[in-house]
Design a binder for this molecule. Structure first.
Ligand code: S3P
Length: 173
């Protein structure tokens, strides 16, 4: 796949509930570029909700499609803000593509804050467990180093407004 010269390509990585899609939409609007969302693109491709696909085909099959979609989206010759799924950093090929082809921002939140935001969620397959906070802590321990390794900038999000978060990103450009 040929690589595209980056005009303005921003990728957002974070844990589930980290604000990637919401911040991505606002940022893209402010910058006047398209907001692409790898999970939405995957759902278009598989023709069903991700949760259902996970149940039917398993996580590895999902990760294969996720890697294809991320590579394709980043190769597009257009300016964009790309919001990724929380597990996109698990595969080295994705981490390398994101870092090489875009400016990557990690929106960091603590597992406790993520739990506060996601405690009523029913759509995220990995969190449909008896103790979602414990699961978030485990995912965080595994993924936080990967997000940091992938990102050019780490933004400590805590509980700021979406507007404040967008400004934090814009200040780095
Ligand atoms: C996943 C996060 C989800 C989605 C899929 C797997 C993960 O995206 O890609 O359910 O592994 O953390 P969000 O981060 O938007 O929830």
């Amino acid at each position: 796949m040929s690589s595209t010269p980056v005009g303005l390509k921003l990728t957002l990585v974070a844990m589930p509930g980290g604000g990637k899609s919401t911040v991505g939409r606002h940022l893209a609007r402010q910058l006047g570029v398209d907001c692409l969302d790898s999970d939405s693109e995957i759902e278009k491709r598989i023709g069903m909700p991700i949760r259902e696909f996970f149940e039917r085909e398993g996580e590895d099959a999902f990760r294969d499609i996720e890697s294809e979609v991320i590579a394709e989206l980043l190769a597009r010759e257009q300016d964009m803000v790309l919001a990724t799924g929380g597990g996109a950093v698990l595969r080295e090929v994705n981490r390398e593509a994101m870092k090489a082809r875009s400016t990557v921002f990690y929106l960091r939140s603590s597992p406790e804050e993520l739990f506060r935001r996601l405690r009523h969620d029913t759509q995220r397959p990995l969190l449909q467990v008896r103790d979602p906070l414990k699961k978030l802590r485990e995912l965080y321990a595994q993924r936080d180093p990967l997000y940091r390794r992938t990102a050019h900038y780490v933004l400590e999000t805590g509980r700021p407004s979406v507007h404040a978060l967008c400004n934090m990103v814009l200040m780095q450009l």
